[in-house]
Write a protein that binds this ligand. Sequence first.
Ligand SMILES: *[C@@H]1O[C@H](CO)[C@@H](O)[C@H](O)[C@H]1NC(C)=O
Ligand SMILES: *[C@@H]1O[C@H](CO)[C@@H](O)[C@H](O)[C@H]1NC(C)=O
Ligand SMILES: *[C@@H]1O[C@H](CO)[C@@H](O)[C@H](O)[C@H]1NC(C)=O
Length: 313
Amino acid sequence: MALVLLFTALLLDGAATSANGRMGLTFRKTIHQAEFGIDGFACGDGPNVCDPYTGDTDCSRKLPVLCKRIDSSPRPAYVIITRNPSLNGGWLMGHVATTVPVQGSQFKNLRDVDLFCKGSFGVGWVTAAFHDGRLIPGMNNTRYSGKEWTNYGLTSTYKQGAWSFWAYVSAYNNTRHATTKIEPFTVMYDRHCQLSFDLQQTPTSIVQPCEYVKQLHQYISQANQMAQQNIEQQQQGAKSRYNQNKRNPSYDVVDYVCVARVGMRPKLASKNDGPYKITQKRGQLSYIVQDSRNLSDVKQVHVQRLRPYCQLQ
Ligand SMILES: *[C@@H]1O[C@H](CO)[C@@H](O)[C@H](O)[C@H]1NC(C)=O
Ligand SMILES: *[C@@H]1O[C@H](CO)[C@@H](O)[C@H](O)[C@H]1NC(C)=O
Ligand SMILES: *[C@@H]1O[C@H](CO)[C@@H](O)[C@H](O)[C@H]1NC(C)=O
């Protein structure tokens, strides 16, 4: 995915006063990883002028606010390669979103901006800040995922202070679906999802509206067909994998069987109860069984729970 060189969000964290008024810090989306549905956000990378000490952008300029929701999302297994791992590539442990463009100067303080995020996206959303990336020692050039990272960040000992971070953005619609192999958004709209971080692409061809509608319908029906085919393919695969190990047993009345226990059981306890005697067959898949040692224990069980007598383990 190409770099997107765009100033995105106005972070009032560390805003300072300049001759013209207040100055804010800008962050930008630098990279997208479709594999994980995550985006990288950075300050001061490449041509982006970024000044966390005095601010770099006049607050009267209209920009989207970068909001975050920390929901302890586990860190996906992206690789971190960085000159200075204490400065780069941290994990936000959550999602980000951008608001409509606003002037930073319309807010009195950070609390106001937090309320603006909450108003835009709901409870739990607050302003993203410069040092939100969470660092784990030794995370340079690593491919980790899972709980150890999430839990690390939840304790108070993680190190904050990255100058950039990764986060989930609109992960569902914007990410290639594993089964249909198409981004859900693209199936609906015949184009890639443009977030407010992204540079708006200039259209290269102009079509008449009715022509466009025709093309759109054509594309959407093709995309649906393709998605449908991919789903069927996946289903066939799942079916044959499932059937590979499927037994198709059948029992007769008076056979002795064991009945698999369901639910939690102590670690070393037997997996099956029994022996039971089959007293009645109900349709193809259901049997009435009676405990041979306790004649008042009679129950109806599905064939999948039955084992020939007796593989007690
Ligand atoms: C981080 O990894 C890169 C690439 O392997 C390496 O060039 C750099 O020296 C590493 N930095 C540290 C502090 O280990
Ligand atoms: C995905 O896109 C659809 C259509 O625009 C929208 O209704 C839905 O809320 C989106 N889902 C997410 C998780 O963003
Ligand atoms: C026999 O089975 C019945 C029904 O499951 C049960 O209530 C009863 O406790 C069992 N008796 C013994 C001695 O295990």
